[in-house]
Write a protein that binds this ligand. Structure first.
Ligand SMILES: [Zn+2]
Ligand SMILES: [Zn+2]
Length: 210
């Protein structure tokens, strides 16, 4: 990626390294693309406005990691996962700022945190393939709509500042890749152990399971 000027989808000439600003999730969907907005939201000051085309997120989780605690100045973070194409920012990449907690850079590099440039409300975490947006920004029309975003699990639970005995699965790290701990539903722990055992057996005896 370079400073060489290339034509953006909008017709304007931009440095090649800035082409990401015209791609999902920052690409502004045109009217004729039939982006069906089912939910809308904004940051606290209202500069950043967005729409979502999916009324139920792919997942919804609470993250207790210390990075989220610091970045959100909160005991934990509530995030809903969407495809990058499910969101439409009214003004694309404008009014946004980026932060990569790993390199501590404010250049746009993945994965990164995305905030409003003016009021600094956290908007979403942008991963390589997905976005984790913060449902607190959504203007839910009613309780049914909000209930579709109810958290389904806890991540990085050992780093928590408080116990949340809600019976939801509690993962020690990123869900599926870590261990279920504390008050996770016992049947789910059994199911996870069964899947792990199957995987180990597959690795030990490749090709014997057809
Ligand atoms: Zn704002
Ligand atoms: Zn976190």
């Amino acid at each position: 990626m370079s400073d060489k000027l290339v034509e953006a989808p909008t017709g304007e000439k931009v440095p090649e390294k800035d082409l990401w600003k015209f791609r999902e999730p920052y690409r502004v969907h045109k009217r004729e693309e039939h982006f069906e907005a089912v939910l809308g939201g904004s940051c606290h000051c209202g500069e950043v406005k967005f729409q979502l085309s999916r009324e139920t997120p792919l997942a919804s989780k609470l993250c207790h990691c210390t990075t989220c605690q610091k970045q959100h100045a909160a005991p934990f973070q509530w995030a809903a996962i969407f495809h990058k194409g499910d969101i439409n920012f009214h003004d694309g990449h404008h009014h946004l700022e980026w932060y990569d907690p790993t390199s501590k850079s404010i250049e746009h590099q993945l994965p990164c945190k995305v905030r409003c440039k003016y009021c600094h409300s956290p908007i979403m975490d942008e991963g390589r393939n997905m976005i984790l947006m913060f449902p607190s920004l959504i203007d839910f029309p009613d309780k049914t709509a909000r209930d579709r975003f109810k958290p389904r699990c806890h991540m990085f639970y050992p780093q928590r500042v408080m116990d949340i005995p809600d019976g939801l699965p509690k993962w020690s790290g990123i869900n599926e890749d870590s261990d279920l701990i504390e008050d996770s539903p016992p049947e789910q722990i059994k199911e996870l152990e069964r899947k792990r055992k199957e995987k180990v057996e597959e690795e030990v005896h490749p090709g014997q399971r057809e």
